[in-house]
Design a protein around this ligand. Structure first.
Ligand SMILES: Cc1cc2nc3c(=O)[nH]c(=O)nc-3n(C[C@H](O)[C@H](O)[C@H](O)COP(=O)(O)OP(=O)(O)OC[C@H]3O[C@@H](n4cnc5c(N)ncnc54)[C@H](O)[C@@H]3O)c2cc1C
Length: 483
């Protein structure tokens, strides 16, 4: 009996066969995530309905020593939910209920498969929303957001996911179920919640969470600032924050990306602009009016070509549709992409943007910049066609060069997408051997059998040497196949 057959037989003994997926055409759907670089076929996938079922599956796989990979919506951009070594994928898609909303405590108890936007929609009648708003929010799950400590345009003011999680239920690699965090402030004991958030499925599987809900602001102003000069747009970003304003969001789109977004979404961005800023402020009405005047003065002092304010909710939604649909829109430029996630101090944005353009030319790769400027979180989007020989090597080389420049500028390698497979070997650029050893020791305490998403997040050691994933592989489709 193969390991795969043994794993399937053991799973069928402990859970309902209807939650066990094993046909090749079912497994193919779990081969990849939102990143174009890494793929791997799971041995088997389960789609449990309860924490008890998750724990039963984990126990079975751990006994066999099979890798266990948690999967939310698979929108991750670092290969985190890719089963590069095969094993068991546990999809949280059926654990998708909002269990309770408490408008007085401003909290929600949710299962991990709840889609981010669905939680905000459910909280809307109470004048509340879930603040972390990754651009993938119409698909990505709360479990995935917690596991990657997701950010989003509005995290500049409201903080990233870790600031909005109070407690979670976690199934550990030995099948034990623990509760971390608390509904009350200042719970005694170690801050295990802080360790679990952002752990990318390497410490356990989140099967329930208590999260904060944030009151909707009284007033919102949204501006589109249009520039003919890239440095002027970057300087505006630093000046707004230096003036004491923390906008709710401060996003930038540069050059070719603006044209691609406009062609796809018709958000009203001028296709010939060198850069545009999407600036949003919110809060009490009087405060927002005052900040709007300050922002207008700053934009004008840097020679903005035009400053447009959204006049109503429909215009605001249109401006945001452009930003949130940007990644998909760039498929018009090339069929494959690799998106980077480096962070730099805001004051270093102009030089990093210039470097990105120079790297693009040198490596003959199209690179589009659409990013969270207020956080200094660059998202160079490298666009290419994998059918062209050698293009992936050039893209990876270009991407590494940009990330190294971010680190050299006093920044770091990831602002929000996580480390996954993609950046695990870059951790040594920002942490020393003793730091990395401490991470590995911590991981071993939670995951004694080294089965939870092994070889992700930390630099690959000897046990990860024999990895059978295909970087950038294109699946050959049989002639005449229905696809
Ligand atoms: C168009 C687009 C835009 C994006 N914009 C943003 C953005 O603005 N900000 C941002 O931060 N990210 C963004 N992302 C990346 C991605 O959407 C986020 O990382 C998101 O949090 C992943 O959620 P998911 O449910 O898809 O998780 P998956 O991709 O399925 O998994 C991501 C990681 O979390 C682990 N995981 C998932 N669920 C659980 C669980 N229940 N328990 C334990 N581990 C789990 C997985 O093992 C994996 O390591 C974007 C992606 C796309 C495609």
């Amino acid at each position: 009996m193969t390991v795969r057959d043994g794993l399937i037989a053991a799973l069928l003994q402990v859970v309902d066969p209807s939650i066990v997926l094993r046909r090749p055409e079912e497994l193919m759907l779990y081969e990849y995530d939102g990143s174009a670089l890494d793929q791997g076929m799971p041995e088997v996938v389960v789609v449990p309905r309860t924490t008890a079922e998750v724990a039963a599956c984990v126990r079975v796989a751990a006994q066999i020593g099979a890798p266990i990979i948690a999967r939310g919506a698979g929108t991750g951009l670092a290969g985190g939910s890719v089963p590069e070594q095969g094993g068991l994928v546990i999809s949280l898609a059926r654990l998708n209920r909002i269990l309770a909303i408490d408008p007085v405590a401003r909290t929600a108890r949710v299962q991990p498969g709840v889609v981010n936007t669905d939680l905000s929609l459910a909280a809307a009648p109470y004048g509340l929303h879930f603040a972390p708003d990754p651009s993938s929010q119409r698909a990505s799950t709360i479990g995935g957001n917690i596991a990657t400590n997701a950010g989003g345009p509005h995290c500049l003011k409201y903080g990233v996911t870790t600031n909005h999680v109070l407690a979670t239920t976690v199934v550990l690699g030995n099948g034990r179920v623990i509760e971390v965090g608390s509904a009350t402030l200042d719970a005694p004991g170690y801050d295990l919640l802080g360790v679990v958030v952002g752990s990318e499925g390497t410490l356990g599987i989140i099967t329930e969470a208590l999260v904060r809900l944030t009151p909707n602001p009284e007033a919102i102003y949204t501006f589109l600032a249009i520039y003919d000069d890239l440095d002027a747009a970057s300087a505006t970003v630093s000046a707004i924050i230096a003036d004491g304003i923390i906008p709710a969001a401060l996003e930038m789109l540069v050059g070719q990306g603006i044209a691609a977004v406009e062609a796809a979404v018709q958000a009203g961005y001028p296709a010939d602009a060198r850069a545009v800023l999407l600036i949003e402020i919110d809060g009490l009405r009087e405060e927002v009016i005052e900040q709007a005047q300050q922002i207008e003065a700053i934009c004008r002092s840097f020679g903005v070509r035009e400053l447009r304010a959204a006049q109503d909710e429909a215009q605001r939604a249109r401006l945001w549709a452009g930003r949130k649909g940007a990644l998909a829109a760039c498929a018009r430029i090339a069929p494959h992409y690799h998106i980077q996630d480096g962070v730099v101090p805001r004051s270093r944005l102009p030089e990093l943007l210039r470097l990105t353009e120079e790297v693009a030319k040198r490596h003959q790769i199209t690179i589009v910049n659409i990013f969270h400027a207020g956080d200094g979180n660059l998202h160079p989007l490298l666009l290419f066609d994998l059918r062209h020989p050698g293009v992936l090597d050039r893209a990876v080389a270009a991407s590494e060069e940009i990330l190294q420049a971010c680190v050299a500028a006093g920044g770091t390698i990831s602002g929000e997408h996580g480390i996954g497979i993609e950046k695990r070997d870059y951790l040594g650029w920002i942490f020393g051997p003793a730091d990395l050893a401490a991470f590995a020791d911590l991981r071993a305490v939670f995951d004694t059998g080294n089965v939870m998403n092994p070889c992700k997040l930390l630099p690959s050691g000897s046990s990860c040497a024999d990895i059978r994933y295909a970087r950038g592989a294109l699946r050959a489709i049989d002639r005449g196949a229905w696809i």
